[in-house]
Write a protein that binds this ligand. Structure first.
Ligand SMILES: [Zn+2]
Length: 302
C-alpha cells in the first residue's frame, strides 16, 4: 500500500506527482532508445553516429523528423518505410520501448530502495544505456565494441570516485561494508575504488581466468575479450557481490536459452557460439535493479 500511495501522492521532482515524473523519465528513455538504434546500427560499421541524418536502408530516402518519433512513427507507418514501403525492423521500436521501460524501472527502483531522488538515478541510467547498446550490438554482430566498454570502465571509475561524496556511503551496494570494515581508516574514495577493483576482478578477472583455463583444457577459444572488458565495467560499477550474481544470472539465462536453441536446431556438438554478452547484459541489469533484494533474501535463508 505504501508503494501505491507514494507513487501517486508523494511529490517528486519539481513538485510534480511521482507518476508524472516517472512518465517523463520513460519518454526520455524512448528518445535515448531512438538514439541507441543509431548507435547499434552504425557503431559496428564504423559509421559516424552524428552524421549523416537517418536514411531508409533500402531506398536511401531521408527519414523526416515526424517519421522518426520513437515507437509512435513505427505504429503510424505500420512498420514500413514511407517512401518505398520496405519493412522496418521490429528492433527499432523494440529498443525504444525496452529503453523506456528500463528507464522507468531504474527510476522507481532507485527512488524506493536507494534514497529517493538522488544522482544515483542519473548514473544508473547511463549504465543501463551502455548495457542496452552492448546487448543489441552483440546480438546482431557478435561483438562488444571497445568504443563502449572502454569509456564504460572510465565511467565506472568516475562514479566510484564521485558518487560517495555526492549522495553518501549508500551510493554503492558494497561500500558501507568496505568503508566501515577493513578500510575504515581510509578515505571514502579509496574504499570505493577498492570496491571497484574487487568488482572488476570478480567480473572481468574471473571471466578471463575461465576462458584461459578452457583454452588450456580444450584448446579452443571460449570467449572473446569483449566479454571480459564488459565485465570489468560491470564489476567496477556494481561491486563484487552483485557481479557474482550477474555472472550467475548470465550463465543461467544463457544455458536455458542455449539448450533450448540447440534442442530446436537439433545441433549435436556443443561448439555453437552464443553471444554471451547478451546474457551478461541481462544479468547486469537484473542485478542493478533487484540484486540487493535477491542477496538479502538469500542471506535470510541461513
Ligand atoms: Zn525506403
Amino acid at each position: 500500500m505504501i508503494f501505491f500511495t507514494g507513487f501517486f501522492f508523494v511529490e517528486g521532482l519539481l513538485g510534480l506527482p511521482l507518476w508524472l515524473t516517472c512518465t517523463f523519465v520513460a519518454v526520455f528513455g524512448a528518445i535515448i532508445g531512438s538514439f541507441l538504434n543509431v548507435v547499434i546500427h552504425r557503431l559496428p560499421r564504423d559509421e559516424s553516429i552524428v552524421f549523416p541524418n537517418s536514411r531508409c536502408p533500402s531506398c536511401e530516402a531521408k527519414i523526416g523528423p515526424l517519421d522518426n518519433l520513437p515507437i509512435i512513427s513505427y505504429l503510424v507507418l505500420r512498420g514500413r518505410c514511407r517512401a518505398c514501403r520496405a519493412p522496418i525492423s521490429i528492433r527499432y521500436p523494440a529498443v525504444e520501448a525496452l529503453t523506456a521501460l528500463l528507464y522507468a524501472a531504474v527510476f522507481l527502483a532507485d527512488f524506493y530502495w536507494r534514497g529517493g531522488l538522488t544522482l544515483i538515478i542519473l548514473f544508473d541510467l547511463i549504465f543501463v544505456t551502455a548495457l542496452v547498446a552492448l546487448i543489441f550490438i552483440d546480438a546482431e554482430h557478435m561483438l562488444l565494441p571497445n568504443a563502449i566498454t572502454y569509456p564504460g570502465i572510465v565511467f565506472a571509475i568516475i562514479a566510484r570516485l564521485s558518487l560517495p561524496y555526492l549522495v553518501g556511503i549508500n551510493a554503492f551496494e558494497d561500500l558501507p561494508q568496505l568503508a566501515y570494515g577493513p578500510f575504515s581508516t581510509w578515505p571514502l574514495w579509496a574504499s570505493s575504488l577498492i570496491g571497484a577493483v574487487l568488482g572488476a576482478l570478480a567480473g572481468g578477472g574471473s571471466l578471463w581466468l575461465m576462458g584461459w583455463l578452457w583454452e588450456r583444457l580444450r584448446g579452443v577459444e571460449a570467449m572473446g575479450l569483449g566479454d571480459v572488458k564488459m565485465m570489468f565495467m560491470v564489476g567496477a560499477y556494481l561491486g563484487w557481490r552483485l557481479t557474482i550474481l550477474t555472472i550467475f544470472l548470465g550463465v543461467l539465462s544463457g544455458s536455458i536459452i542455449g539448450v533450448g536453441l540447440m534442442a530446436r536446431r537439433g545441433e549435436k556438438d556443443m561448439q555453437m557460439q552464443l553471444p554471451f554478452g547478451i546474457f551478461l547484459g541481462i544479468g547486469s541489469i537484473s542485478a542493478l535493479l533487484i540484486g540487493s533484494r535477491i542477496i538479502a533474501w538469500y542471506a535470510s535463508q541461513f
